[in-house]
Design a protein around this ligand. Structure first.
Ligand SMILES: Nc1ncnc2c1ncn2[C@@H]1O[C@H](COP(=O)(O)OP(=O)(O)O)[C@@H](O)[C@H]1O
Ligand SMILES: [Mg+2]
Length: 330
């Protein structure tokens, strides 16, 4: 048996992710991108970093998830705790802000951008919405305090689901290839430089150990290398069921199951979990043979309401070394 892709210690992987300022979190819809972004932010804040989570083109969710009680208005920077902040960025306000920055006066902005012809034009320009989103994220990365220090040590970019996320991150490449000079080319060029600089940016992929998410995450990993050219971070495998019991424990469970009605119900529940984990292990093995990313495994949490304490639980799970899974080839 041949052990491939040995996983470096998780804290080493997390430290490497945290050494970047622009940390992208990507993946299929519903796999836990926002959850992982929140957990990663808490983990980095604990190591002393000032972190901003940037939710792109999504319903505001992360502030609530982190226990924020107020109404998390779109486009306000919400402070969760001294070193953790969240902003939800959507195209409308981002375009407004960008327009104002260029035109300086609200009245002029209204004249130009809210003119019906211009409005339909900006809707027609492909990628305009995406461009202002990634542009805003880049602007946030550029923010400095009066003493010249960056306002945030790390920005975690909770990006839209796979296809939309890829087109968003690919946009600076597309534009720099078509627009060669002028202020737009300069700005977009700087965004691209940031994204492809392995010292400043990295991309993390979140997946579940299920067929479709695993396939999509492999696609995404390929695009990360050949199209986006962002340095790899880690593959977060979310929602893992408890590790398989030993054969002895499984035999004991069988016996408990024969003793009483309650025992039989417990056995049925245990069998369900064991089956699910077996299936997840098969997907983990498949991933291990194809993905070159270091893996960070996160447990499925059986909770009625996934809240701040659940996120804290996942942060603790990031500290524990992953249970060995079949990372071998036959
Ligand atoms: N480890 C986990 N255990 C249990 N439920 C989870 C876990 N991670 C995420 N969830 C739940 O799955 C759903 C999708 O998570 P979310 O982070 O919003 O995904 P995404 O941002 O990728 O769309 C949410 O309802 C969340 O509470
Ligand atoms: Mg989300």
């Amino acid at each position: 048996m041949n052990v491939i892709n040995p996983t470096p210690a998780q804290d080493e992987v997390l430290a490497r992710i945290g050494s970047r300022r622009f940390i992208v979190v990507a993946g299929k819809g519903g796999v836990g991108k926002s959850t992982v972004s929140a957990a990663l932010a808490l983990r980095l804040a604990r190591s002393g970093k000032r972190v901003l989570i940037v939710e792109l083109a999504a319903q505001p969710r992360v502030a609530r998830l982190l226990g924020y009680q107020g109404d998390p208005a779109t486009y306000d920077i919400v402070t969760i705790e001294p070193r953790v902040q969240v902003i939800n960025v959507t195209p409308g306000p981002a375009l407004h802000e960008y327009g104002l920055m260029k035109l300086k006066f609200e009245r002029l902005y209204r004249l130009v951008f809210e003119n019906p012809v211009m409005k339909s034009l900006t809707r027609m320009i492909p990628g305009m919405n995406e461009l202002v989103l990634i542009g805003k994220a880049w602007h946030l990365e550029q923010e400095r305090l009066p003493d010249g220090q960056p306002r945030w040590d790390s920005l975690i970019i909770d990006s839209p689901a796979t296809g939309h996320g890829v087109s968003l991150l690919a946009l600076p490449h597309v534009i720099t290839e078509t627009v060669k000079s002028g202020p737009m080319a300069d700005e977009v060029g700087q965004i691209k430089e940031m994204l492809i600089d392995p010292a400043r940016s990295c991309m993390n992929i979140v997946t579940l150990a299920e067929e479709m998410p695993v396939r999509e995450s492999m696609e995404l990993e390929a695009r990360m290398h050949d199209t986006l050219r962002v340095a790899p971070g880690a593959l977060f495998i979310n929602g893992l069921f408890p590790p398989l019991p030993s054969a002895a424990v499984e035999r004991e469970l069988e016996q408990v199951g024969m003793k009483s009605e309650a025992g039989s119900a417990a056995l049925a529940a245990a069998r369900f979990l064991i089956d699910r984990r077996r299936s997840q292990d098969a997907h983990l093995a498949w991933l291990a043979s194809r993905s070159a990313l270091p893996r960070i495994e996160l447990p499925y949490l059986f909770v009625p309401d996934f809240d701040r304490s659940s996120v804290d639980h996942l942060v603790r799970a990031m500290d524990t070394v992953a249970t060995p899974t079949p990372r071998t080839t036959p």
